[in-house]
Design a protein around this ligand. Structure first.
Ligand SMILES: O=C(O)[C@H](O)COP(=O)(O)O
Length: 259
């Protein structure tokens, strides 16, 4: 029987999603389209009667803004919002700031797919003097230096996100709180891999669309309950029609397809 509920949402389209650049920990804003997506996500949640007691987000403004817009649109701005770098996007290493298609032209589609979607192969590390090294971000001072990654695979992202899920978010859920998690494509993929026990062979096929709420229910042991209309490989379902969902997932996949 369903006992707990969680809604995940990847931030709306960011300025660098629009410009098709690898982003990771670079703190770029939402694009105009991203703001619209966040508003739509909030409207759907309101329409379907979702109420939250607490929200969790990263320290990156595209996720924070998405979270705030959703809460504003659904009349729930009063709830506490907890920000933590452990929900950040995976750190994209030396690829941060590079055009995704130009990177394919330079290194080949196969190599870029490995960097983007393999489980345990990280992109090349970024040096300390890289313009987007995380030590240069304004919130870096609040993070232990040894926790500032020079690059991250999905596996390393999972090793960062999972303790936060287990030690901070799950106890809140088990205390009866309804939780919204506004995060990033790869930090959400990491949690979903864990929740739905997705294999290393299958995880490269999983893409998370921008700005679409993903609804999960769990039993008393925090085991996900398969929803009617669940998305491929997942127990949860996206709160959007299938055709729009397909188009939005395709958009993510197409970021590295030939021009
Ligand atoms: O950090 C980024 O570039 C994106 O938000 C996620 O990128 P990906 O879909 O290429 O992993």
């Amino acid at each position: 029987m369903a006992k707990y509920q969680v809604v995940f949402v990847r931030h709306g389209q960011s300025q660098w999603n629009l410009e098709n650049k690898f982003t990771g920990w670079v703190d770029v804003p939402l694009s105009e389209q991203g703001v619209i997506e966040a508003k739509e996500a909030g409207a759907v949640l309101k329409e379907q009667g979702f109420k939250f007691d607490e929200a969790f987000t990263s320290v990156l403004k595209r996720a924070i803004k998405t979270c705030n817009i959703i809460l504003e649109e659904s009349d729930q701005e009063f709830i506490p919002v907890v920000k933590d770098y452990r929900l950040n996007e995976r750190m994209y290493g030396a690829l941060a700031g590079l055009d995704k298609k130009e990177t394919v032209e330079k290194h080949g589609a196969e190599q870029v797919h490995i960097w983007r979607r393999s489980y345990d192969i990280p992109p090349p590390a970024c040096e300390k003097d890289h313009p987007y090294h995380p030590s240069k971000s304004p919130w870096a001072a609040s993070i232990p230096e040894d926790k500032l990654p020079a690059t991250e695979s999905l596996k390393l992202t999972l090793e960062r996100v999972l303790p936060y899920w287990d030690e901070v978010i799950v106890p809140e859920i088990k205390a009866g709180k309804k939780v919204l998690i506004a995060a990033h494509g790869n930090s959400i993929r990491a949690i979903l891999k864990y929740l739905d026990d997705i294999s290393e062979e299958v995880i490269p096929a999983l893409d998370v669309p921008t700005g679409v709420p993903l609804f999960y229910e769990f039993d008393e042991n925090m085991k996900p309950i398969k929803q009617e209309g669940a998305a491929e490989h997942l127990s949860g379902r996206y709160l959007i029609d299938e055709e729009t969902l397909k188009a939005k997932i395709e958009e993510v996949k197409n970021q590295t397809k030939a021009k």
